[in-house]
Design a protein around this ligand. Structure first.
Ligand code: PLP
Length: 396
C-alpha cells in the first residue's frame, strides 16, 4: 500500500505535463504543423555551440576517472570558485566556493534548501501566480504553502499584502524573478519594499524570514530590463539558479545555490544543504556538465530569437483584442481569459488546436499561460487560429 500522501501527488499531477501529452495526441491526429503547442517551457533554441565544445573539451582534456568520478558533495571546488567569480564580476559581490553549492537543476536546489529551512508546518509565502511545482517542493519539505493573491493590474508583488500574510510560522518567501508564468520582472523598488517588510516582521516574530529567490530565467530579459541581485537588498537571501533555460540544458540537471555569508546561520546552513542533498539522494550535481558549464560561463542563448517570438505573439494577440501582461522576461505570455473562465478558454483553444495552460494550475484562475519558446513559424501559423478564438469571444 502506498503512502497516503501519494494520492495528492498523483491527483495534483502537473497540468503542464497533461497539456504536453494532449499536444502529442493532437499532433498524431492532425499533423504536428497543425497543432499550436504553447504548453511546455522546454527551450526550443539549441544550447550555444560553446557548451557542446566545452563538453568535448572536458572529455578530451581531463582525466576520465576524474570527470566521471565522485567529488566533494557540494561540487568541484574549481567550478564553484568560477561560478562565484562570475557572480562577483556581475554583481560586485565577494563570494567564494564556500557560498556555492552545485545542484541538480533549480528543482534540486530549491528542494534542498527548503528541507534545510523548514520545520513541519512552517510556512512558505509565494506570490500568485506561481510555478505549480512549488506546491510539491514545499510539501516535500513538510511545510505549508501560503499563496498571496495576484494584483491583476500589474502582477507584481504587493509588499503590504505580504505584511498581512506573515505569521509567526513564516520561514521563507519564495520569489521567482523573472517570473514564470507571467513574464513580469520585479523591479528593485518593489524588492526594496519587500525587504523592508521582511526586516521589520523578522524582528517582530523573532526569527529571520529568508527570501529564496528562484532565478532560472535571470538572463532571459528584454528591452534592457535589469534583474536586481536580491542578496544586495536583503541579507537573508538564498539564490537558486539553473542553466536549464539560460543555456537550454534542462535535461542535464545543472544549477547552483548561492548562500551568501550574510545569511543568518551561515556557514552551518551551507553544511546542512550539503548533508540534505546527500540524503535526498542527489549526492552531487552531474559531474561532466559541472565541468562544462565552468568552461561556458560567458555563453549566452539566442535571446533575440525569443524576443522576436515575444513581440510577434504579444502584438498578434493584443491586436486581436486579448489582454496580456506586458512580457519583460522568461519566455511566457500571460493572457486573460476574455470571460474570466480559464478552463473553458483553454478547452476552446484546444478546439482550434491551440494548447495553453490554464492559470488555475498556477494558483491564479482567469488567465492562461503561453510558452513562446517555440518556432517563430508556429507562432505565425497560430495567429489565424487565435483570430477564430477571438471571434468566438466577440473581441474587438
Ligand atoms: N523554477 C521555475 C520558475 C521554473 O520555471 C522551473 C522550470 O521550468 C524550475 C524552477 C525548475 O528548473 P530546473 O529544470 O532547472 O530544475
Amino acid at each position: 500500500m502506498l503512502a497516503k500522501e501519494m494520492e495528492t501527488y498523483i491527483t495534483g499531477g502537473s497540468a503542464v505535463r497533461a497539456m504536453f501529452e494532449e499536444g502529442a495526441r493532437l499532433a498524431a491526429k492532425y499533423g504536428r504543423e497543425n497543432v499550436y503547442d504553447f504548453s511546455l517551457g522546454n527551450p526550443n533554441i539549441p544550447a550555444p555551440g560553446a557548451v557542446n565544445d566545452a563538453i568535448r573539451a572536458v572529455l578530451d582534456e581531463e582525466e576520465s576517472t576524474f570527470v566521471h568520478g565522485y567529488m566533494t558533495n557540494a561540487g568541484y571546488p574549481d567550478v564553484r570558485r568560477a561560478v562565484a567569480e562570475d557572480l562577483n564580476r556581475r554583481f560586485g559581490t565577494d563570494y567564494s566556493e564556500a557560498n556555492i553549492l552545485m545542484t541538480v537543476g533549480a528543482a534540486g536546489g530549491l528542494n534542498t534548501i527548503l528541507r534545510v529551512l523548514l520545520d513541519p508546518e512552517d510556512e512558505v509565502i509565494v506570490f500568485a501566480p506561481y510555478f505549480s511545482e512549488y506546491n510539491f517542493y514545499v510539501r516535500g519539505a513538510r511545510g505549508v504553502i501560503r499563496p498571496i493573491p495576484a494584483d491583476p493590474e500589474t502582477f507584481r508583488p504587493d509588499p503590504e499584502a505580504l505584511r498581512k500574510a506573515i505569521t509567526p510560522r513564516t520561514k521563507v518567501l519564495l520569489l521567482n524573478n523573472p517570473n514564470n508564468p507571467t513574464g513580469v520582472v520585479y523591479a528593485a523598488e518593489t524588492l526594496r519594499a519587500i525587504a523592508a517588510v521582511l526586516t521589520e516582521k523578522s524582528a517582530e516574530i523573532g526569527h529571520p524570514i529568508y527570501i529564496l529567490s528562484d532565478e532560472p530565467y535571470r538572463e532571459l530579459v528584454y528591452d534592457a530590463v535589469s534583474v536586481p541581485w536580491i542578496p544586495a537588498l536583503y541579507p537573508d537571501t538564498v539564490v537558486g539558479y539553473s542553466w536549464s533555460k539560460s543555456l537550454s540544458l534542462p535535461g542535464e540537471r545543472i544549477g547552483y545555490l548561492c548562500i551568501p555569508a550574510s545569511c543568518a546561520d551561515f556557514p552551518v546552513m551551507f553544511d546542512a544543504a550539503v548533508a540534505v542533498s546527500r540524503t535526498l539522494g542527489f549526492v552531487n550535481a552531474p559531474s561532466l556538465i559541472q565541468r562544462a558549464v565552468m568552461r561556458s560561463l560567458g555563453a549566452r542563448t539566442d535571446i533575440e530569437a525569443y524576443d522576436r517570438n515575444r513581440q510577434a505573439l504579444y502584438k498578434g494577440l493584443t491586436d486581436l483584442g486579448f489582454r496580456c501582461a506586458p512580457p519583460q522576461g522568461a519566455f511566457y505570455l500571460w493572457v486573460q481569459a476574455p470571460d474570466g473562465d480559464d478552463v473553458t478558454f483553454a478547452q476552446r483553444g484546444m478546439e482550434h488546436r491551440i494548447l495553453m495552460v490554464r492559470g488555475s494550475g498556477f494558483g491564479c484562475a482567469g488567465y492562461v499561460r503561453l510558452a513562446y519558446c517555440v518556432s517563430h513559424d508556429m507562432i505565425l501559423r497560430s495567429l489565424p487560429a487565435f483570430e477564430k478564438l477571438a471571434k468566438e469571444y466577440n473581441l474587438k
